[in-house]
Write a protein that binds this ligand. Structure first.
Ligand SMILES: NC(=O)c1ccc[n+]([C@@H]2O[C@H](COP(=O)([O-])OP(=O)(O)OC[C@H]3O[C@@H](n4cnc5c(N)ncnc54)[C@H](O)[C@@H]3O)[C@@H](O)[C@H]2O)c1
Length: 367
């Protein structure tokens, strides 16, 4: 089967080096080009590469010269719009890191541009959706395990990570991490957001320059209310990066706890840890077709007896994102987290920011 040629933009960064390793470990992809801000920064790349690739220190040149099928964009967020636009025009499929752009207008423009390239897939790397516990929680909610869900308490607590450009970022939690949580709110409820009221504050000990704590009251379609309380300067009681999620239903509670367990707490009776049902749910996402399946399973070691059924264990989350894109290319499907779907999550980030700055509830309109 065809190997997909990949150009990695932002290869030497904190997250780009992870992408670098994961792309080079995959059988169905061939990394043919990498780009970073300077040639020196490539010394940070791990010395693992099966095939030689070209080095670039200029994104325009990289996209123009590199004959890749897929561009993986892990540049700082303010550079995403330009890189995506160029890669679309060059004819590449795209995986762009979150947040998709620096502002809503750029995201809307990219949605328009993407429409002009119907044969190219454009996916935003909302990798948290591919976590097994998230798939399990969604499955439990959709199958009414706790009955009809009325409201959700969404907690996020982690200490500061002052990586790279983040120390001086405006609203670092909201603009760097909350997009994952907003996207998961939409994913697990299957609803879009209609209105947000939000405030931000800075805890006295917080090492970020700006406010890294956010509270929000979020209205979803069908009246589900989400109470979002997030702090990226927490001392203790840490949650997962995904957050701690509690869904309140008429039969009881569903919760994703700090350890990544999905628990059903019935109104009466004992709490029950739900078995990870990602086998079932992932089968739809990674319904590997003939050739792709054979190719992916090649070279996997004997720990994995049935790679086709166990895809979620074989591959890292970056690889799952990439494989989902490839599957969509092969089957001519729209990726789960396409640019158009992601616009709705990104609009939540934008609305929360406007709400904080203008101290008012903000309604969302969609594209
Ligand atoms: N999905 C996730 O869980 C996750 C986790 C971390 C980061 N990210 C996202 O990944 C992106 C990058 O984050 P990071 O922390 O790795 O950033 P970083 O600053 O560590 O890395 C940025 C990369 O872009 C390159 N770059 C910067 N300016 C350039 C220029 N002018 N020309 C060419 N290359 C240039 C740098 O050399 C570096 O390789 C961000 O959008 C971030 O939100 C996502």
């Amino acid at each position: 089967m065809k190997k997909y040629k990949v150009l990695l933009l932002g290869a030497s960064g904190i997250y780009g080096t992870t992408w670098y390793k994961e792309i080079t470990r995959l059988e169905v992809t061939e990394l043919i080009g990498v780009c970073a801000s300077s040639m020196e920064s490539f010394s940070k790349l791990p010395p693992v590469t099966r095939t030689p690739h070209d080095f670039y220190d200029n994104i325009e040149k990289a996209i123009y010269e590199c004959d890749a099928d897929i561009a993986v964009i892990v540049l700082p967020t303010h550079m995403h719009a330009r890189a995506c636009d160029l890669a679309l025009k060059k004819g590449m499929h795209i995986i762009c890191e979150k947040p998709v752009t620096a502002n809503l207008q750029e995201a809307a423009q990219l949605c328009e541009e993407a429409k002009k390239h119907p044969d190219q897939k454009f996916m935003v790397a909302q990798n948290y959706r591919f976590h097994n516990h998230i798939r399990t929680l969604k499955w439990a909610a959709q199958n009414n395990i706790a009955g009809q869900i009325s409201n959700i308490l969404y907690e996020f607590r982690r200490p500061e990570n002052l990586w790279g450009y983040r120390t001086n970022m405006e609203l670092p939690l909201l603009k760097d991490v909350s997009i994952h949580h907003f996207d998961l709110m939409r994913y697990i409820t299957g609803k879009n957001c209609t209105e947000i009221y939000s405030v931000a504050y800075k805890q006295p000990w917080c090492e970020f320059r700006d406010r890294a704590s956010v509270e929000a009251i979020i209205k979803m379609e069908d009246g589900v209310i989400v109470n979002y309380t997030g702090t990226w300067s927490s001392r203790g009681a840490e949650t997962l990066w995904d957050g701690k999620i509690t869904m309140f239903g008429d039969k009881g509670l569903l919760t994703l706890d700090e350890k990544g367990q999905v628990i059903y707490i019935p109104a009466e009776g004992q709490p029950k840890v739900l078995e990870n049902i990602s086998d079932k749910t992932n089968r739809d996402t990674y319904k590997l077709t003939g050739e792709l399946s054979k190719e992916l399973c090649k070279g996997k070691d004997s720990q994995v007896n049935n790679c086709k059924e166990e895809t979620h264990r074989c591959f890292s989350e970056q690889q799952k994102v990439l494989l989902h894109l490839i599957q969509c290319i092969e089957e001519n499907r729209v990726p789960e987290t396409s640019i158009w779907d992601n616009y709705n999550s990104f609009e939540m980030q934008w609305a929360a920011e406007v709400s904080i700055k203008e101290n008012r509830p903000v309604r969302l309109t969609g594209l």
